[in-house]
Design a protein around this ligand. Structure first.
Ligand SMILES: NC(=O)c1ccc[n+]([C@@H]2O[C@H](COP(=O)([O-])OP(=O)(O)OC[C@H]3O[C@@H](n4cnc5c(N)ncnc54)[C@H](O)[C@@H]3O)[C@@H](O)[C@H]2O)c1
Length: 354
């Protein structure tokens, strides 16, 4: 199937990437190549940060979770993602995080792609983490602790392997079944994997610590004594008001790097700090305006919450693969009457044909 094969484009049709299409896309392209590709698109978009419309995401909280809308535009294309976060869900056989999103043409306002984004979010979050770590982690890092071995964890491991050469993993989860699942899924991919009985054991000898747990409350996954000099912390799971993973003392002795400060101050680890606590925006590091890691003993923290531009980049990447993979179907999404103002007449003509 070709992305644009019809001589007259059917204006009603919008390419739709289903979960099955996304899985086939990952298998066709290869997860490593996809992670590297999305990372490259994120870097490209972060390097033109100032071109984007930016806003903290719009969150609808309940006592058990959150539903969020994440819009952004570079003036030519527009994207938004719908995403939820419900830590209790796995106990009910549901995902903690599910998502879908749209890429649209600003000039016409027409959508150009609709996609599942549960898998795409895991890919883009991992790609984003690796992009940040390339600037922040110690150059000689070869070992990463992953605390929280749920849905995101394998993607994180593979991104750090592909983009930073991390081949040693130390896994810990309060649920050993999750650790077993993660280790089994990563078997045969060149990792040396150690299953750990505590967070403390997991961080031993790791130059990079990824925290990717899910809990709808202030948790303390890492205490100050667990973080040695020179470590890079990739903190993924603290991404909502009242939902953090790190003890405040760690923040006070780290150099903190963030995506979009107005959103991270609401949602990230830094919600525990004063509103004017200094942070460094990652895009400035990417374009060379600010320094990333500057010394061997520095503790660097990527306080990840997930920002709309990363989803924009991931959707752009996916759109650019559609012709190559053919993994989509066209959805009859946009009403397209012969005469644009004759929307009601279109229904009447459909009625006459019944
Ligand atoms: N920053 C981002 O861009 C981003 C993107 C996606 C997901 N997330 C967040 O990442 C987190 C993980 O997402 P997921 O999809 O992998 O969730 P998940 O529910 O599939 O996995 C979470 C894992 O954490 C474990 N866990 C919970 N408390 C723990 C503790 N105290 N110590 C060790 N392990 C613990 C659980 O047993 C579970 O296996 C969520 O909080 C989610 O909101 C952030």
């Amino acid at each position: 199937m070709s992305f644009d094969s019809s001589p007259v484009p059917a204006l009603n049709l919008v390419p739709f990437v289903s979960v099955d299409d996304m899985m086939q896309t990952v298998l066709d392209i290869g997860v490593e190549e996809m992670l590297a590709g999305i990372a490259a698109y994120i870097e490209e978009d972060f390097a033109r940060w100032e071109k984007f419309d930016k806003t903290p995401r719009l969150a609808a909280h309940s006592s058990v979770g959150v539903i969020e809308l994440m819009p952004t535009s570079d003036g030519e294309e527009y994207a938004f993602k719908y995403v939820n976060g419900h830590p209790k869900n796995t106990k009910e056989g549901l995902q903690t995080v599910t998502a879908f999103g749209v890429l649209a043409d600003v000039d016409s306002g027409y959508p150009v792609l609709i996609s599942e984004m549960t898998i795409l979010t895991a890919l883009r979050t991992a790609a984003m983490s690796a992009v940040a770590a390339r600037h922040l982690a110690p150059a000689a890092a070869d070992t990463m602790a992953i605390i929280g071995n749920g849905a995101q964890s394998e993607f994180q491991a593979l991104a750090f392997q592909g983009l930073l050469g991390i081949n040693k993993l130390r896994l810990y989860d309060v649920d050993p079944v999750a650790t077993e699942k993660c280790a089994a899924n990563l078997a045969g991919r060149g990792f040396e994997i150690v299953r750990c009985a505590s967070g403390q054991e997991a961080v031993e000898g790791a130059q990079i610590i990824t925290t990717v747990t899910a809990d709808k409350q202030y948790a303390t996954i890492l205490t100050d004594n667990m973080v040695g000099a020179g470590v890079h912390i990739n903190a993924i799971g603290g991404d909502c008001p009242g939902k953090t993973e790190l003890h405040k003392d760690i923040l006070l002795r780290s150099d903190i790097f963030v995506e979009y400060p107005p959103q991270t101050r609401i949602e990230g680890e830094i919600q525990q700090l004063d509103a004017d606590h200094p942070v460094i925006e990652l895009w400035q590091v990417i374009v060379g305006q600010r320094e990333g890691r500057s010394s061997a003993r520095q503790v660097t923290l990527f306080d990840s919450v997930g920002f709309a531009i990363e989803d924009f980049s991931a959707l752009r990447y996916l759109r650019d693969q559609l012709e190559r993979t053919g993994r989509y179907e066209n959805l009859d999404m946009i009403a397209d009457p012969d005469e644009p103002r004759d929307l009601f007449g279109m229904i009447l003509r459909a009625g006459a044909q019944r």
